[in-house]
Design a protein around this ligand. Structure first.
Ligand SMILES: [Fe+2]
Length: 286
C-alpha cells in the first residue's frame, strides 16, 4: 500500500487489521477507525488541533495512577460511561437501575458488621443508612455483598486526601437472613470532580461546571443475580439536573431525613433505600 491519501487511508487501515486473530478486536477497531477518521473529516481537524489532542491524552496519562483516574473522568464527562452502562444494564421495570461506576472505587474495603460506623473519622454529620436487598419477585436476598463508598463533608473521597492511606466512608457489608443491611456513615455532600487536570481544562473550555449531586455509591453482588453498580442520590440537590457525569436517574433519588439532637442522640440524618436485583439471564433488551 503506497500513495495512500485522505480518500484511501480509512480503507487501508481497515484492510491492514482485518487479519486479527481476534474477531471481536477486529470489529471494535474497525468501528473505532471508521468513526475516528469520520470525526477528523467532519471537523476538518488541523495539525495543531491533532497535537493538542495528543498533549491532552499525554497529560491524562501522566496524571493517572492508583489514586487518580483521569481517563474514567474523561469517559464520564463525555457521557461514554453512561452510554456503556445503559446499553449493558437494561433491566425489567421494578429493578434498581444501574449508573456509572466512577473513578473512586477501591477494591478490598474492610468488611464490617451490620450497624457499624464506616465513617472512620470522615468529616460530616452522622447518617444512618438501611434497607433491604430483594429479587424482582420480592424474595429476600441473604448474603448479598454490598460495597459502599462516598465523599465527606468537604466533597473528597478518602483517597483524595493528602497521604490518602486511611480508609474512610467506604466499607463492605453482607445482607442478613432477611436481606437487610444497615450502617452508620456521614451525610453525603455534593462535590466537584477533580478539575485541576486536563478534564477540568476541557470542562472550563466548554463552559461546563464540574459538580455532582450528593450521592452514595453501591456495588451489590449476590449469587444468581446480576451485579448492580449504582448510586443513591439526595433529592433536592441543586446539581441533580446538571450532573457533570450524567449519572442521575429519577428512580435513584431518595430523601435523607433529618433528626434533631435528643438527650441520647446527636443531630443526624437517616436514609432508607431498598435494592431490587435482576436474576442472571433475565435482562430486558432495550
Ligand atoms: Fe461519587
Amino acid at each position: 500500500m503506497i500513495d495512500i491519501d485522505q480518500h484511501t487511508i480509512t480503507q487501508a487501515v481497515l484492510a491492514a487489521q482485518r487479519k486479527s486473530p481476534s474477531p471481536r478486536l477486529a470489529q471494535v477497531m474497525a468501528g473505532l477507525v471508521r468513526h475516528l477518521h469520520a470525526f477528523a473529516r467532519e471537523v476538518e481537524l488541523t495539525e495543531e488541533e491533532w497535537f493538542e489532542g495528543i498533549r491532552f491524552l499525554t497529560r491524562a496519562g501522566q496524571l493517572t495512577d492508583d489514586k487518580r483516574q483521569e481517563f474514567i473522568l474523561l469517559s464520564d464527562v463525555l457521557g461514554l460511561s453512561t452510554l456503556v452502562t445503559a446499553q449493558n444494564n437494561a433491566k425489567p421495570p421494578g429493578c434498581t437501575e444501574a449508573t456509572v461506576f466512577g473513578p473512586f472505587f477501591v477494591d478490598g474495603a474492610p468488611r464490617v458488621e451490620a450497624g457499624a460506623d464506616i465513617a472512620n473519622g470522615a468529616k460530616g454529620m452522622p447518617c444512618d443508612v438501611s434497607g433491604q436487598v430483594r429479587g424482582i419477585d420480592g424474595s429476600r436476598i441473604a448474603g448479598a455483598v454490598i460495597d459502599v463508598w462516598q465523599s465527606d463533608e468537604d466533597g473528597l473521597y478518602d483517597l483524595q486526601h493528602a497521604g490518602g492511606s486511611k480508609i474512610q466512608a467506604r466499607a463492605q457489608l453482607v445482607s442478613d437472613a432477611d436481606g437487610r443491611y444497615r450502617f452508620r456513615s456521614i451525610l453525603a455532600s455534593c462535590y466537584a470532580i477533580p478539575h485541576d487536570g486536563p478534564v477540568g481544562d476541557l470542562l472550563r473550555g466548554l463552559g461546563r461546571h464540574p459538580w455532582r449531586p450528593a450521592h452514595l455509591h453501591f456495588k451489590i453482588e449476590a449469587r444468581g443475580y446480576e451485579r448492580l453498580i449504582t448510586h443513591v442520590f439526595r433529592d433536592e440537590d441543586p446539581y441533580l439536573e446538571s450532573d457533570a457525569v450524567f449519572g442521575v436517574r429519577s428512580s435513584l433519588l431518595a430523601k435523607w431525613v433529618k433528626h434533631p439532637a435528643t438527650a441520647t442522640e446527636v443531630e443526624h440524618h437517616s436514609l432508607a433505600f431498598d435494592f431490587v436485583l435482576n436474576p442472571v439471564g433475565a435482562s430486558a433488551k432495550p
